[in-house]
Design a protein around this ligand. Structure first.
Ligand SMILES: NC(=O)c1ccc[n+]([C@@H]2O[C@H](COP(=O)([O-])OP(=O)(O)OC[C@H]3O[C@@H](n4cnc5c(N)ncnc54)[C@H](O)[C@@H]3O)[C@@H](O)[C@H]2O)c1
Length: 285
């Protein structure tokens, strides 16, 4: 059901790869709520993924761009303003990739060229986007920019690897740029820290299934799914959040404030039971 929350608004959605992508759901929701949008992803993702299918469905144009290329980003913003007929009201950065994770390099054996790529793709691209947009004056007054992040920026999670460093940097950029863009143009910049979600990027995290189950059991409201994340993004793009900026907003069912839950504790003690010998002695735990 639409509430017309984004009626008449224009936006750019980066990072819809397939129908599991969080950006895919955000694009659908934004249009459902009355927005017109452009979509962007890497040329290879546009060729290999299902972005065109989404574009057709939402009557949106796709502007391919490698988000690490300032030139490509300049093209996305200038074309979007042209296509949509004026400066945009919202932007979603839903981009993340770690070559170290892909190549199974552990955090104490990082390849530094790959680390640079991780940081460039997953965090510095956000700075590049904001700098390009500001120079082109491509975001309207009280526009809203959201990037997606993960609680591994604050706490250590097994297997999240150098993406944790990228997310810390991403959140820092939201604050640093948020000050300047807010002061000069009333543009707000926030990050949404999402529950583990089964997507192409999410499934690349080591032990994702167990992480999802653990997070779900730890969170009083359970994990937030991609569609719920899209609802939150739409709210952040809407006029109902005009004074929210420079925040890292947890959208995780309460996970980030928990220490231990009954459900997780019960599951943990079951784990012990699984490893008791015939005499009831714990042999592993
Ligand atoms: N899935 C999760 O568990 C989870 C949890 C918290 C935050 N996030 C974040 O949500 C965002 C979206 O990820 P997702 O889970 O929807 O997975 P996804 O794989 O669907 O999306 C990642 C996107 O990044 C794009 N991308 C990669 N390199 C790029 C580049 N150089 N230029 C432009 N685009 C590039 C990919 O093509 C893809 O569309 C990411 O920032 C991710 O870290 C995901």
């Amino acid at each position: 059901m639409s509430h017309d929350l984004l009626k008449g608004k224009k936006g750019i959605i980066f990072g819809a790869l397939n129908d599991m992508s969080i950006a895919w759901k955000v694009a659908e929701k934004a249009v459902e709520e009355g927005a017109t949008i452009t979509l962007s992803n890497t040329p290879i993702a546009v060729r290999m993924g299902q972005v065109d299918e989404l574009a057709k469905k939402l009557n949106a144009q796709v502007i391919p761009a490698d988000a690490t290329s300032v030139e490509d980003l300049q093209n996305v913003f200038s074309k979007s303003v042209e296509i949509l007929g004026g400066p945009v009201d919202f932007v979603l950065h839903s981009i993340g990739m770690s070559p170290n994770v892909r190549k199974k390099r552990t955090y104490d054996d990082l390849d530094y060229n790959m680390l640079e790529k991780t940081l460039d793709i997953s965090a510095i691209s956000f700075h590049k986007m904001l700098q390009v947009a500001k120079k082109q004056d491509a975001i309207a007054e009280y526009g809203s920019v959201v990037a997606l992040t993960y609680v591994a920026a604050q706490r250590t999670f097994f297997g999240y690897n150098d993406m944790a460093d990228a997310k810390s940097l991403l959140e820092s950029i939201a604050r640093s740029f948020g000050y300047i863009y807010g002061r000069e143009k009333n543009v707000r910049i926030n990050t949404i820290s999402q529950s583990p979600t089964p997507t192409t990027a999410g499934n690349g995290v080591k032990g994702m299934e167990h992480l999802m189950d653990f997070a779900n059991k730890m969170s009083p409201l359970g994990n937030a799914d991609a569609e719920e994340c899209a609802n939150y993004c739409v709210m952040m793009f809407s006029d109902f959040t005009r004074k929210v900026t420079m925040q890292n907003l947890y959208h995780d069912g309460g996970f980030s404030s928990m220490g231990m839950s009954l459900r997780a504790m019960n599951q943990y003690s079951k784990g012990f039971e699984e490893y008791t010998d015939e005499n009831g002695h714990i042999i592993y735990g």
